[in-house]
Write a protein that binds this ligand. Structure first.
Ligand code: ZN
Length: 170
């Protein structure tokens, strides 16, 4: 557990607020995927305090994700952030006086991390190549009724139905 993320619950009993602030190496996000990396530090502004028999954490944070363009695979850096995300823990559920605030922070950031990007502001130049490849004239997709990917308006977004959130149940 990184020192800066440690919340000493006993020290908050008198109404103190503990700041959780700084720029942290993104390794605490613990993601090892080829298609999703976090190349920059995570800038965090957060605080921890007690309210109503609960430990309350409030976080704002920003960093960048690096992931490939969905069309041409060029790696893109995409900035993203979380703003005033709250996390609460009932004091009676806490095991011990030390709480690792990096876990809820990690969870909140991974939920917000981009899963789909396209270069050139959503109009990847290689869509044109894709369009000719999919053209009915070449017999590749003559059975398809919907427009080939390359003929969709550039604002069209990819299907995100298969996105997997391994963190949702934490
Ligand atoms: Zn592209």
């Amino acid at each position: 557990m990184q020192e800066s993320f440690k919340v000493w619950v006993d020290r908050l009993k008198e109404g103190q607020v503990q700041k959780i602030e700084g720029s942290f190496d993104s390794s605490f996000l613990d993601i090892n995927e080829t298609d999703l990396k976090f190349p920059k530090e995570v800038v965090v502004q957060g605080e921890a305090y007690l309210a109503d028999q609960h430990l309350v954490l409030r976080f704002s944070a920003s960093t960048q994700a690096a992931l490939p363009c969905a069309v041409c695979n060029k790696i893109l850096n995409v900035a993203f952030c979380i703003k005033n995300v709250y996390h609460t823990e009932a004091l009676e559920d806490l095991r011990g006086a030390l709480f690792d605030s990096s876990e809820p922070l990690r969870e909140a950031l991974l939920i917000e991390a981009p899963r789909y990007v396209e270069c050139n502001e959503g109009c990847c130049p290689e869509r044109v190549l894709l369009a000719s490849y999919l053209s009915p004239a070449k017999g590749v997709s003559s059975q398809k009724k919907e427009a080939p990917l390359g003929e969709q308006p550039c604002s069209a977004k990819g299907e995100e139905g298969d996105v997997h959130f391994p963190f949702a149940n934490l």
